[in-house]
Design a protein around this ligand. Structure first.
Ligand code: OOG
Ligand code: NI
Length: 463
């Protein structure tokens, strides 16, 4: 029998092999990330592993896929469900992007600590908002929906195997092999010629809409390795002559702890795709839709910490707008130094970041009894705090990554009112709960405190 987490790990590895064959520059990206990680480990020793063991970090990837209809989203959720990956978070990229990115998204990932430690594979999954009249008028919407309804992304055999794997949380070897084969195949780039006129019609609205709704299959858009020093990574890629997007998205590089997520990418590459012309000929063409992203992960912030992060970003935007010519990274660093605690203790004391707490076993017992407050317990050596790594995404960064890789702005009619979507809508579509990421981190945090209370024989959980 192959267990669910083994299926997940194998899926991540095989997707990576497949994508490396399709996009050779991805292999360079993985090689450079690995070299950077080895250097950081050599320079920093155990500190480099504060946010995850080097084996986890080296194997870690997130993928990105895009689908066209609620029915397709429900199906992809069954495939990911088989791998123990559940929908977490709701991201509205229509609002986060200035240009036309007509999608809403969630991320499928393991939700409990043990499963994350075994393999944290996650897939950022976007759904085209065909009903949003700012992007699609009534006529285009109905053509688009008809086109999407007529395609099949996931064969029935794949979905049947997925349901069995999800229900039993394992599959017999031969079925596992078949399931993995079909699952990887569903995300391969299809050689089928693309109807050029139809693709271009959608492309005028949004390159993302064309990538999703202009073809009869789906594909992995990118696979992102995790790197321990993203600034160094950026320098090395640029040094190799690889064209990167202009910035690293997310928090700035600074002296304090890494929080949340920093991401960057190399620009989308032209890939050969055959096209069918209006008169029925098949001609060679090229499309730029797939890019190579990399990310550095930091500590998960609490709701309060996230509000501070969003506030700091607004300040950075304002100051950057007021001072043309000034470097945005420098401005961000100054803002961060003024408002963000520059060590883990500071983040914990102000309730800005999530930690798990662990009883210190070899603490010398000198007859005193443990204090009631978390801060005092840590300070007097009863417990130690371990940061919880951020497992999710950031809407602004995601929109920034989308936009930096679009060739045109697309078009969007802001005189029309958009359709509103939220996490509850997505849960109803999926028939599965879309988890709130903050709640998941809080549960990990609270669980560790209850365990500490038991181990230290406290009559209540420390607060
Ligand atoms: C997803 C873009 C966002 C991330 O890591 O934030 C993303 C896409 O291009 O489909 O991948
Ligand atoms: Ni990504």
């Amino acid at each position: 029998m192959i267990s669910q987490w083994q299926l997940r790990a194998a899926f991540a590895t095989r997707l990576s092999d497949m994508y490396g064959r399709e996009v050779p520059a991805y292999t360079t990206l993985v090689d450079v990330s690995r070299a950077v990680n080895e250097d950081v480990l050599r320079a920093q020793g155990a500190d480099a592993e504060r946010l995850g063991s080097i084996s986890r970090v080296t194997a870690e990837r997130h993928g990105a896929v895009r689908v066209g209809t609620p029915a397709e989203l429900r199906q992809v959720a069954r495939v990911f469900g088989a791998f123990g990956m559940h929908p977490v978070g709701f991201y509205d990229l229509r609002e986060a992007a200035a240009s036309a990115v007509p999608v809403i998204s969630t991320a499928f990932r393991p939700v409990d600590g043990t499963e994350l430690a075994r393999n944290p594979f996650r897939v950022f999954t976007s759904l085209l908002t065909t009903a949003d009249p700012r992007f699609f008028d009534a006529d285009l919407r109905s053509r688009l929906e008809r086109f999407l309804e007529s395609r099949q992304l996931f064969p029935p055999e794949l979905l049947a195997l997925a349901d069995r794997a999800e229900a039993g949380r394992e599959l017999p070897d031969a079925d596992a092999e078949r399931f993995l084969h079909l699952a990887v195949q569903a995300f391969e780039l299809s050689p089928e010629p693309i109807d050029r006129a139809w693709y271009e019609t959608l492309e005028r609205i949004s390159a993302v809409a064309a990538d999703i709704g202009g073809v009869r299959s789906t594909h992995i858009n990118h696979l992102t390795p995790r790197v321990l020093d993203i600034d160094e990574f950026y320098r090395r890629m640029t040094g190799r002559g690889i064209e990167m997007i202009d910035t690293i998205q997310g928090p700035p590089r600074w002296k304090g702890p890494d929080v949340l997520l920093r991401q960057t990418s190399f620009r989308a590459l032209a890939e050969p795709r055959s096209m069918r012309t209006a008169d029925g000929r098949v001609v060679p063409g090229a499309l730029k839709v797939r890019f190579g992203e990399v990310e550095a992960r930091g500590i998960a912030l609490t709701r309060r910490g996230r509000a501070l992060y969003d506030d700091l970003l607004t300040r950075v935007d304002e100051q950057t707008a007021r001072r043309p010519g000034a470097d945005r990274g420098d401005i961000a660093r100054t803002v961060w130094c003024a408002h963000m605690p520059d060590d883990e203790q500071g983040l914990a004391a102000r309730g800005l970041a999530h930690f798990t707490y662990h009883a210190v076993r070899d603490r010398p017992r000198d007859g005193d009894s443990p204090p009631a407050r978390i801060g005092d317990l840590v300070e007097r050596g009863w417990i130690r705090a371990e940061p919880i790594v951020y497992e999710d995404f950031l809407p602004r960064s995601a929109a920034g990554i989308f936009q930096s890789n679009l060739s045109g702005e697309g078009s969007r009619n802001n005189d029309r009112t958009g359709v509103a979507y939220d996490s509850d809508w997505l849960s109803a579509v999926l028939g599965r709960t879309v988890h709130d990421p903050f709640t998941l981190y809080e549960q990990q945090h609270d669980h560790s405190l209850r365990t500490v209370a038991e181990e230290l024989g406290l009559d209540r959980t420390p607060g």
